[in-house]
Design a protein around this ligand. Structure first.
Ligand code: ADP
Length: 501
């Protein structure tokens, strides 16, 4: 890390992290925005400004879409054999590995994520890229047995120019979960990172160019949601928009797509995921699982296990141990290797979470631990656990997106299935039990896109991830994600004994 930080590697101050790329990346070049406008990105450890980034507005999105359209209609990328796209994506992955620590530091300082975790996350996004690089030459249609008089087959063609709108909680993973399958499919794209976390995306664009991704294929336009994001969702020349973010904005994305050119939409939205712990569980392990489920990434993860249901036989022991562990959870500087939880991403999120905590108290839930800010600078929060939570309370229904758990007691399997499904969301669920019948029954009964049995937040490049209900539709990861960026063309032709000939 010596090249990146001037001071002690485990605890650098903001001024010592070099931010190399601060302009928009359009048509293979770093450029200023048309208006010359810029916005500030802050260090959530202190609230101080760490960089000034060119701000994309509609005019810049228009230029980027033109470049992506040109690259799609006339450039080599969609026309390369899949193996060539795969080779270039592999090169990109290798470059990411070579810069992993620098990229990890950018995500840590931009989003308040644990630096030690980011050092694991960056190589894992390189592997995600490799997964799709390997898939790029395995995209094919089918030969169809239409009738004796016709020969028919399907072609899988890239959907065209894609707009990707990325959230701030996993700036690298979310970037690659969208960019990798769409590049493998042969699409070209305009990517808007979240305004809170633009730094790593620009670095990735620089490495993409070095890897040989042709100009215009990947354009990165940092900017604000209602301006640059809305310019993407309402653009007449974007064929598909892939969005990850809040359910509220997801609704706006669909409306904008409907009002403009009926572009395809895929949405990965919020969650209020249940973790269900049965009497036969190992209590210590279950406590660990439940805590990681809500506190990982400071609760800023759509699949957070924010509602924890514990069966009555072990409830008291579970509650006692959970509170002990939550109190011992280490909150602090995300560059300190001993720390388990860094600051929330920005002031807005920090205040939103605190206001939910106040709401929970007013609604009559019992605050078992936490509930307050930590320290007097930056956006640090205590791990927070409420009990005596009623299902209709706001803290049991709304996605808080912070380190706030709603703990509830249950008696029977029927009762807990009903309660777990009592949410507009359907992203994920956890089940902790040694009983295979219970595990199978509950996993089939919960309406959610992923079920974790005796684990939680276990993701894989080949494991489709995405919601049911108001958690959205369209999967990231797995081969499902490539198909999101492909469209099926059927080709039919008469054969020798057809009346058409
Ligand atoms: P959060 O509320 O958790 O900040 P958002 O859903 O607002 O999450 O943000 C996720 C992404 O969506 C960000 O890149 C943000 O800039 C973008 N975004 C926000 N509002 C809009 C909008 N009206 N249209 C398109 N994109 C938007």
């Amino acid at each position: 890390m010596a090249s990146l930080f001037n001071c002690h590697a485990s605890n650098p101050d903001a001024a010592s992290i070099k931010i190399k790329f601060t302009q928009l990346f359009i048509n293979g070049q770093f450029v200023d925005s048309v208006s010359g406008g810029r916005f500030e990105t802050i260090d959530p450890r202190t609230g101080e400004v760490i960089g000034s980034i060119a701000e994309a507005t509609k005019a810049d999105v228009d230029v980027a879409v033109k470049a992506a359209r040109q690259a799609f209609d006339f450039g080599p990328w969609p026309r390369f054999p899949g193996s060539e796209r795969g080779r270039i994506l592999m090169e990109w992955a290798d470059l990411i590995d070579q810069h992993a620590e620098e990229l990890a530091a950018l995500d840590a300082i931009d989003a308040g994520k644990l630096y030690e975790w980011c050092k694991i996350e960056i190589p894992s996004v390189a592997n995600m890229l490799r997964y799709y690089a390997g898939a790029a030459d395995k995209i094919h249609g089918e030969v169809l047995k239409m009738s004796r008089e016709f020969h028919a087959y399907t072609l899988l063609e890239p959907v065209g120019v894609v707009g990707h709108i990325i959230p701030w909680n996993f700036p690298s993973t979310m970037f690659f979960s969208k960019v990798s399958p769409s590049l493998a499919a042969g699409c070209t794209m305009v990517v808007k990172p979240a305004e809170q976390t633009p730094l790593s995306a620009l670095f990735y664009a620089h490495l993409a160019k070095l890897a040989g991704i042709p100009d215009g294929v990947l354009n990165v336009v940092p900017g604000f949601g209602p301006i640059a994001g809305a310019a993407i969702t309402s653009h007449m020349d974007i064929d598909k928009v892939s969005f990850t973010g809040s359910t509220q904005v997801g609704r706006e994305v669909m409306q904008a797509a409907a009002r403009s050119n009926l572009k395809q939409v895929s949405l990965e939205l919020g969650g209020k995921s249940p973790v269900i712990i049965f009497d036969d569980a190992d209590v210590d392990k279950a406590v660990e699982l439940a805590l990681v489920g809500i506190l990982f990434n400071k609760g800023e993860i759509c699949a957070a296990g924010s509602r924890v249901f514990v069966q009555e036989g072990i409830y008291d022991e579970f509650e006692k141990k959970l509170v002990e562990k939550a109190k011992a959870w280490v909150v602090g500087d995300p560059f300190d290797p001993k720390v388990q939880q860094g600051p929330q991403v920005d002031k807005k999120q920090f205040e939103k979470i605190l206001s939910y905590i106040e709401h929970g108290k007013r609604e009559g839930a019992t605050l078992l631990t936490g509930g307050k800010a930590v320290g007097n600078q930056g956006y640090y929060l205590e791990p927070t656990v409420f009990t005596n939570v009623k299902e209709d309370m706001l803290i049991a229904q709304d996605e808080i997106f912070g380190p706030v758990m709603a703990l509830m007691k249950f008696k029977t399997i029927e009762e807990v299935i009903k309660s777990a499904n009592n949410t507009k969301y359907g992203l994920a669920a956890g089940i902790v039990t040694k009983d295979i019948d219970i595990a199978n029954t509950v996993s089939r009964s919960i309406r959610a896109g992923i079920i974790w049995i005796n684990c939680y937040l276990a993701f894989g490049n080949d494991v489709p991830f995405g919601g049911y209900k108001m958690s959205g539709f369209g999967k990231d990861c797995g081969m499902e994600a490539i198909h999101k960026y492909l469209q099926v063309k059927s080709v039919v032709t008469p054969i020798y004994n057809s009346p058409w000939l």
